[in-house]
Design a protein around this ligand. Structure first.
Ligand code: 3PG
Length: 379
């Protein structure tokens, strides 16, 4: 897929730039808990500072359906070397305009959480122009929220000369590899989001081998007529699963699984699942077959843990992560839970590319583009 994404011209100096970033990071007790996205964004900000630009950063921040202040992220950015960053506790209005008018070359402002203003999610045109009026140029460095048709993603880019940030461009380039992959191509899909079934359909033709886990795997097994006991399944997806998935010889259907039986973990062959069991992980025999697939792959795309890792059913996901970290294949990984797991296990440095996208990665892979990418396309 050829996208025309231009980076901000290096020859321009001392401009006012509105930069959409994604600082929606896991936090605890008002402190940043996982800084992966922030770390990936800082280099682009520092490059713009070096060119004397005045940078106005805008982001959303949501925690358990709440919209907290971005103040802790501002503190965090200062600690990470953005000494001249100033936080403004409003999204638009006189306070913001005033702060922007006083900016000097190399200054950075972080505005308050965009979603404190309901017009952001509604892609309100007035809100978009209030944001656009703050700057001369717009950069989208927030691939991970570019599946949203929000004002700061698709609205502002209509009003200002707009560019992709370097990370944004890299995300598109790396993930696009999976549309024309080197072969053998292994696709690994776990987790729980319903869109994953669509993704599976889309990649059935492209991938040479597919490993499935999570609730999607339970649902497909159920649709194949396998007894899955009380395992979590996506009921609304059952009727949508087509025969080419049910009968595919590319998909590794588990031969053994780890279940919770009367509150205890038990590894059993699939046909021994009892009516009160819940399947929460793939078993060792299945993972031996998975490892053989990994060994012969040249390209691997992985999204979503294979088991219920938060509940301690992490054996297959760990085995997969270790095998991939040792493999010579090009490895592209994404999804919030997958990344959290890799960071916990100190394995995140061992992959060719880790996407900052969760939902955005899935939608890009499923639909081949995103609203935020389309908004940046030059005619
Ligand atoms: C994410 O965390 O996946 C992005 O920041 C998008 O967040 P959202 O799902 O709240 O839009």
């Amino acid at each position: 897929m050829g996208f025309k994404l231009s980076l901000f011209p290096k020859k321009l100096k001392e401009k006012r730039i509105l930069m959409r970033v994604d600082f929606n990071v896991p936090s605890r007790l008002g402190k940043v808990d996982d800084d992966f996205r922030i770390q990936k964004t800082i280099p682009a900000i520092k490059d713009l500072i070096k060119c004397g630009h005045k940078i106005i950063l805008i982001s959303h921040f949501e925690q358990k359906d709440k919209t907290p202040t971005l103040l802790p992220v501002a503190a965090y950015l200062k600690e990470r070397g953005l000494k001249r960053l100033r936080f403004v506790d409003e999204v638009t209005g006189d306070k913001v305009k005033n702060a922007v008018s006083k900016m000097r070359s190399g200054d950075v402002i972080l505005l308050e959480n965009l979603r404190k203003d309901p017009r952001e999610k509604n892609n309100n045109a007035t809100f978009a122009s209030e944001l656009a009026n703050l700057a001369d140029y717009y950069i989208n460095e927030a691939f991970s929220v570019s599946h949203r048709e929000h004002a700061s993603i698709v609205g502002v880019s209509k009003l200002l000369p707009s560019f992709a940030g370097p990370l944004f461009k890299e995300e598109v380039r790396r993930l696009s590899r999976s549309f024309r992959p080197p072969h053998p191509f292994l696709f690994v899909l776990g987790g729980i989001k319903p869109i994953k079934l669509l993704l599976l359909e889309r990649f059935l033709g492209r991938a040479d081998n597919i490993i499935i886990g999570g609730t999607m795997a339970n649902t497909i097994l159920y649709a194949k007529g396998v007894k899955v006991g009380e395992s979590i399944i996506e009921k609304e997806s059952i009727s949508k699963i087509k025969d080419n998935i049910l009968n595919s010889n590319k998909i590794l259907f588990p031969s053994d699984v780890v279940v919770s039986r009367k509150g205890r973990k038990k590894t059993i062959v699939l046909k021994d699942v009892e009516k009160n069991d819940s399947i929460f992980d793939l078993g060792p025999d299945t993972m031996r077959q998975a490892e053989a697939m990994i060994k012969k792959s040249r390209f691997v795309l992985w999204n979503g843990p294979l088991g219920y890792v938060e509940g301690g059913f992490d054996g297959s996901t760990l085995q997969l992560a270790v095998a991939l970290s040792r493999s010579k294949a090009e490895t592209i990984v994404g999804g919030g839970d997958t990344l959290g797991f890799l960071r916990k296990e100190n394995l995140s440095g061992k992959f060719s590319f880790i996407s900052t996208g969760g939902g955005a990665m899935l939608e890009f892979l499923a639909y081949g583009t995103l609203p935020g990418i389309n908004a940046l396309q030059k005619p």
